[in-house]
Design a protein around this ligand. Structure first.
Ligand code: ADP
Length: 220
């Protein structure tokens, strides 16, 4: 039995992948990889890779597959940070990435792919209101539920800001990209006996978390 599962979270921007991934990583003692966080951190550090990725991200476009795979392959290789159990949040995001992931995993299959299902109108609302902690992207607030002093994270003291790609234009662009490039992954994982489960992403985060755990425990 595999007690440290290999998980993939799929779903639109704003579906709650980041929030659930942080909790799932703690619950199952597995590593959490958010490609968005990784790329943003590299952008802040000003590495060659980070600066290249930032150009795409600020426009709400996907970072090209070959750039993404270069980073991921290192993490997933034996001895890398994701060699044991993991939860992938924001990756794969294209069919080419999903196919490349299988090759990199080389006989260590994903245990379950969870699709967090939330209607577009709701995620547009959530993203427009979203405010995030710059120190820990799992610490999420909103325009209507800000931190106690309005701008400092209650949990870790980081600055709470609106993400540069949470403007109305970039949000719509990212969601269109999701429909075109990411939605087809669901068919990829839903076929050939790959373990795809769709979970209702509406409701309190505790409720959604309980649904995710039930689905994971059922396959472990
Ligand atoms: P969101 O899911 O709300 O777009 P993320 O933090 O997951 O937020 O990603 C932010 C941006 O990072 C994306 O819009 C995209 O430009 C880039 N990105 C993240 N993951 C990938 C990926 N797997 N492939 C290509 N681009 C990615």
């Amino acid at each position: 039995m595999n007690l440290r599962p290999r998980l993939v979270l799929l779903g639109k921007q704003g579906a709650g992948k980041g929030t659930q991934a942080v909790r799932l990583a703690a619950q199952y003692d597995i590593a959490h990889l958010s490609t968005g966080d990784l790329f943003r951190a590299q952008g802040k550090l000003g590495t060659e890779f980070g600066l290249k990725a930032k150009q795409y991200m600020d426009n709400g476009d996907l970072v090209p597959d070959e750039i993404v795979m270069g980073v991921i392959e290192e993490c997933l290789a034996p001895g890398g940070t994701l060699a044991e159990g993991f939860v992938l949040d924001g990756f794969p995001r294209t069919r080419a990435q999903a196919e490349a992931l299988e090759i990199v995993l080389d006989g260590r299959p994903i245990d379950i792919v969870i699709h967090l299902d939330v209607p577009r109108a709701i995620v547009v609302e959530r993203l427009s209101e979203r405010r995030v902690c710059v120190k820990n992207s799992g610490h999420i607030y909103s325009f209507s539920k800000p931190p106690a002093d309005g701008h400092t994270c209650d949990k870790c003291g980081g600055e709470v800001v609106q993400r540069e790609d949470d403007t109305p234009e970039a949000i719509n662009r990212r969601l269109d990209t999701y429909e075109r490039d990411t939605r087809p992954i669901r068919e990829f994982y839903g076929s050939n006996d790959r373990p795809l489960v769709t979970i209702d992403g509406l409701g309190e985060t505790d409720e959604v978390f309980a649904r995710c755990c039930d689905a994971i425990d059922a396959v472990l």
